[in-house]
Design a protein around this ligand. Structure first.
Ligand code: SF4
Length: 729
């Protein structure tokens, strides 16, 4: 028998049938009118996605009523998006994990059994002690996503390991951050430091703002559109922003880098670039000019399908608005494996336009100077995360998820234990299920900390139910952005069921591991209060106001005429990258055509939908009601060929032979005939997600042609192809 079987978490030993409670939201069902009773409010930071908008949780007569934005929050403009207002659904979801669970074998079959917190934590602490004593603490790895990450990283560092990786790097924004860092010496951050609210021209390349509801960013784009800023959208699909654009460039998939090089060609050949900025702040212009000379609009037209006159006209638009132009860096940047180079091309184009740290381009972010709570130094570490994959991906400045998973397979694997916090790896890392099974069979310990019974919980030895963001303290929000501010998340309710806050879980584990000196607080609020008092506030004040805004101490943009030292080796913006050249990579971006579409197949394009954050929210009863399933966009020509109509269901077959769940067809001109499109995050297999299990298709499992970026390890996922398997109408 395998050491760890994947357990479909439908069968839990000792777990009684759960009665689905009705969602009694005061705002929906109350009589008399909502708000007529005794109303109280508690500040929060939304955790329905990573954007961290501040809000207020309202209770009426002690019952959850609604969540709204905090008017003082400049980060969110005082508003929450659809998902944010759906936060009550996360709290009230009857499918939430309720008790700690441990893997047991009964009658030869593996299942999960409810255990006490003491039992679960004692087991984990003993295993962690064993790993530290036998192979060293660095062999304990954390895979993570979300607001509570810092609690678990603190535990891990106190224990002696800094081994960690997040899919948000190698499966999402990593190439962008590395590409910008190589060029400007720093990344674009989160939230992105784009100054769209002041831009006169915005260029989006495959960036679906408005489909991904990153709140402040959507508002900034809407403001720019209201001011008649020129919007140029490059996308094979007629996306939501394409519909708002003056220019929609329906590019042949995978050829964006060629277009970026052609735009540089036009700016240089027509003398439209910002000469003063380039002269004062960059190195490598002569090499760049020679490099982009062959990428004429006429040549690039053959690759991209974008007419030469449109390429020239859009380049002139960007130049005429510069420096108030943003060529947006995007967020999900792992496409074709040359993603760091494509992101470098976006960065270089911005440099030619002189937009970096200029009004209407990119601003200089600032956070509050918030002291850390005084604690002993962490122990010295012998290994870092990248020692698990030596010599690979030299510019990865964070752990590479796919690299650490590979390094967890086999008896001599580097990693021996995992804590997986808040990330559902089967739907996040492409084509990973077999590797997860192999890793789970190799590891001595696999802990999953979650609020919901995601697919990842099926691989665990121990599942720890964290309470939702409405029931806990987390760290203060202190992001680098236009307006420095602090925001508080605090419990509006006691944790439901037998769930616990992340800070409590790590403290209990820390005490069991003899790490008491790293956890001197009995309650996390003590730590927050200490920090707030260092900047002239207090927990009491923040519990009243939720958000505190601070004055900037630095200018928002470069001061014209002043010298600037960039954080690159040359102290300049590096159009030509000596760093890349020294590691054997192209010092300037080189275009490579994408793989052709195999006969009978279509490119698998995927993205977001406004009501959901990946698969994290698809079981949320309120958001499920809004958007219960994903749809497959199919061009009418393709639909005709396959005799498909809108509303039909199909399954998709990947080139790896995997057949998807069924998905509803939407016949639309908004996608070209070489591709199909679906929103990511559906097709859940965990049967304990009772609303969403089996609904819609999962794009991740159809991917077997993953193009790994040799510079930073990102998994390019846009080079995958599917064909139809017809379902009964
Ligand atoms: Fe919440 Fe929406 Fe803000 Fe994300 S963007 S934190 S889901 S309100």
């Amino acid at each position: 028998m395998r050491r760890r079987e994947f357990i479909k978490t439908s069968a839990l030993l000792g777990a009684g049938a759960t009665v689905t409670p009705t969602l009694m939201l005061g705002g929906c069902a109350a009589e008399p009118l909502p708000g007529a009773g005794s109303v109280t409010s508690t500040p929060t930071i939304c955790d329905m996605c990573f954007w961290k908008c501040a809000g207020h949780v309202y209770q009426e007569d002690g019952e959850l009523w609604k969540i709204t934005g905090n008017d003082d929050d400049l980060h969110s403009g005082g508003r929450l998006c659809t998902r944010g207002t759906g936060g009550p659904g996360a709290y009230l979801d009857p499918d939430r994990l309720q008790n700690p669970l441990m893997r047991v074998t009964v009658d030869g079959r593996q299942t999960f059994e409810e255990v006490s917190w003491e039992e679960a934590l004692d087991f984990i602490a003993e295993k962690m002690r064993g790993i530290a004593e036998t192979v060293g603490p660095e062999r304990m790895l954390m895979l993570h996503h979300g607001a509570g990450t810092n609690h678990f990283l603190h535990l891990l560092r106190a224990y002696g390991s800094d081994s960690h990786a997040a899919p948000s790097f190698a499966q999402c924004r990593g190439p962008r951050d590395v590409g910008f860092r190589l060029t400007f010496g720093e990344g674009v951050g989160s939230p992105e430091r784009t100054d769209m609210a002041n831009s006169r021209c915005i260029v989006l390349l495959g960036s679906h703002i408005g489909e991904n509801l990153h709140n402040g960013q959507v508002q900034a784009l809407a403001e720019a559109i209201n001011r008649n800023a020129t919007l140029i959208t490059v996308d094979p699909r007629f996306s939501v922003p394409a519909g708002k654009s003056q220019y929609w460039l329906p590019i042949k998939p995978g050829t964006d880098l060629a277009l970026l090089l052609a735009w540089m060609n036009v700016l240089i050949e027509e003398d439209l670039y910002d000469k003063d900025y380039v002269e004062r702040h960059t190195i490598g212009f002569e090499q760049l000019a020679a490099h982009v000379r062959p990428y004429t609009p006429e040549w690039v037209y053959l690759e991209t399908g974008i007419r030469p006159d449109v390429i020239r006209e859009t380049a002139r638009e960007m130049a005429s608005a510069a420096p108030a132009t943003v060529v947006h860096p995007g967020r999900h940047a792992t496409w074709y494996g040359d993603d760091t180079q494509r992101s470098r091309a976006i960065a270089i184009l911005n440099a030619l336009l002189g937009t970096w740290c200029r009004e209407g381009g990119f601003y200089i972010p600032e956070s509050v100077s918030l002291p850390e709570y005084p604690l002993p130094d962490y122990p010295e570490r012998q290994y870092s995360t990248s020692d698990a994959y030596p010599g690979q991906w030299p510019f990865a400045n964070q752990g590479v998820t796919n690299g650490v998973i590979d390094a967890s397979i086999g008896d001599d694997a580097f990693f021996k234990g995992w804590i997986v916090y808040g990330t559902n790896l089967p739907q996040t890392v492409p084509a990973v299920e077999k590797k997860l099974e192999a890793a789970a069979n190799s590891l001595d310990l696999l802990v999953v900390v979650e609020t919901m019974p995601s697919e990842m919980t099926g691989y665990a030895d121990v599942i720890l139910p964290e309470c939702t963001y409405l029931e806990r303290y987390d760290d203060l929000r202190n992001s680098g952005e236009r307006h420095p501010s602090l925001a508080l998340r605090m419990p509006a309710f006691e944790p439901r069921y037998n769930s616990k806050p992340g800070w409590w879980i790590v403290r209990e584990l820390g005490l069991r591991l003899g790490l008491d000196e790293y956890f001197p607080w009995a309650d996390y609020s003590e730590k927050l209060d200490w920090q707030l008092r260092q900047v002239g506030s207090s927990l009491e004040e923040m519990q009243r106001i939720g958000v505190k805004n601070f004055e900037r101490t630095r200018p928002l943009y470069f001061r014209e005429g002043q010298g600037v030292a960039f954080r690159t080796p040359s102290r300049k913006i590096e159009l030509y990258s000596q760093q890349l050249a020294e590691q054997g990579f192209d010092p300037m971006p080189v275009y490579t055509p994408p793989d052709p579409v195999p006969q009978g197949y279509y490119r698998l394009n995927y993205g977001r939908m406004p009501a959901h954050t990946f698969g994290k929210t698809t079981n949320n009863p309120l958001l499920f009601e809004l958007s219960p399933e994903n749809q497959l966009w199919v061009n009418p020509l393709v639909a005709g060929e396959h005799k498909l109509e809108s509303g039909d269901y199909v399954r998709l077959a990947g080139t790896n032979g995997v057949i998807s769940n069924r998905i509803r067809v939407r016949v639309t001109q908004r996608i070209g005939p070489d591709s199909v499109f679906m929103a990511h995050g559906f097709g859940h297999k965990s049967k304990r997600l009772r609303l969403t299990a089996g609904v819609g298709a999962d794009d991740s499992e159809l991917m077997d042609n993953v193009k790994v970026d040799p510079i930073m390890g990102g998994t390019g996922m846009r080079a995958n192809f599917v064909t139809f398997v017809r379902e009964q109408r």
